[in-house]
Design a protein around this ligand. Structure first.
Ligand code: FAD
Length: 324
């Protein structure tokens, strides 16, 4: 029995989330008969990713399908390849198929589960045994323990809760090339509009400065940009701030936004609704700035400042500027 991990990448760089999924897989391997971890890389001209992946500790085989039909990550095509790998090796060989609970993982992994006629186990945060996992439900208000009796467990992993595995220089994991599957023809890639930012990506940022409806308008968000730049952090937002059009929706954090786990999360003018907390509970230190002493954000904050954000933010940026 082996564990199959589907890599997340952009054909050039392996996403850090995959290293965290590998960490979850390593934990899982302790409960299975065999400890083999196989990494599946699906892409086009993705050799740079393969080279990075060869340095991953603990992986015994890298399976690569490098073909033009995988240039755009269409879930139908990716799912069909994953299923063919699971079935070609004999369904008993792969006991678990893991990927990150990212937007793409959430796109193709349910299709994999459906094609294999098994249940998907979503967004796991802990591994109890080979068939039992913990996952948050009700926006993180409760933790469910789920057990699966399916022969293959198709899983998405909340990568922010698992420490990424290390890359080792000089490591050379063997590679097996795979033929692509036929194009499903069910979907077509039109275009991707990506936000260009010099700031760290929200899901991997060590520092996040996030604003809510209390910021009042888009112009005021520039105060957060300044603070984030001083702390080398990312800027995030509550859904209310996104819905009000203060910032783009790729900055939204929470149940229906991004799940983050920075070392430092600074919530400015955010009330702390349960759906927002669902996305930030993995943060190591939470600082809240809010002028309402009864705001629920103070219940989970490590440090709270009851103050007007329009007075505090300029003071904070001045102090940081002086300290350099
Ligand atoms: C199904 C569903 C999914 C959802 N998903 C998400 C999600 O993913 N992410 C998310 O964030 N929300 C989500 N929500 C919305 C959520 O319920 C809240 O409505 C939202 O988080 C509130 O955003 P907010 O804290 O910015 O706004 P508010 O609740 O309006 O809070 C604004 C805060 O700013 C403070 N404030 C105002 N002026 C100042 C000032 N001058 N100085 C200091 N503080 C000030 C106020 O005291 C207040 O606490 C979801 C809701 C539903 C129903």
């Amino acid at each position: 029995m082996a564990i199959l991990i589907v890599a997340e990448h952009d054909n050039k760089v392996l996403q850090k989330a995959t290293l965290s999924v590998l960490s979850a897989a390593t934990e899982l391997a302790q409960y299975t008969d065999d400890r083999e971890l196989h990494l599946l890389i699906i892409g086009y001209e993705c050799q740079p990713v393969v080279e990075i992946a060869q340095g991953i500790a603990g992986v015994s085989q890298i399976l690569v399908s490098d073909h033009q039909i995988y240039q755009s990550p269409l879930a139908e095509n990716i799912a069909s390849l994953i299923v063919s790998v699971a079935q070609e090796q004999g369904s008993a060989d792969y006991c678990h198929i893991l990927t990150s609970a990212s937007t793409s993982g959430k796109d193709y992994q349910p299709r994999v589960a459906a094609l294999l006629d098994v249940a998907q186990i979503s967004d796991i945060i802990s591994i109890e045994s080979a068939d039992t996992f913990k996952r948050p439900i009700y926006a993180g208000k409760a933790i469910a323990t789920v057990q699966s009796i399916d022969c293959i467990k198709v899983i998405t992993v909340r990568s922010s809760v698992f420490m990424p595995v290390q890359l080792i220089t000089g490591n050379k994991v063997p590679i097996t090339m795979l033929n692509p599957q036929a194009d499903s023809g069910k979907s077509t890639f039109i275009n991707a509009v990506l936000t260009q930012s010099s700031r760290p990506e929200l899901t991997t940022a060590k520092v996040i400065v996030a604003g809510g409806r209390g910021m009042k308008n888009a112009e005021n968000f520039k105060l957060l940009d300044t603070l984030a730049d001083q702390l080398n952090g990312a800027v995030g937002a509550s859904r209310a701030a996104v819905d009000a059009g203060f910032v783009a929706n790729d900055l939204q954090i929470g149940q229906t936004g991004k799940i983050v786990a920075p070392d430092l999360y600074i919530a400015v003018g955010i009330s702390g609704a349960i759906q927002h907390i669902a996305g930030i509970s993995g943060s190591k230190v939470i600082v809240a700035i809010n002028n309402d002493p009864d705001a629920p954000i103070f219940d989970i904050a490590d440090y709270g400042l009851v103050a007007d954000l329009f007075e505090v933010l300029p003071e904070l940026t001045t102090v940081l500027k002086v300290k350099g």
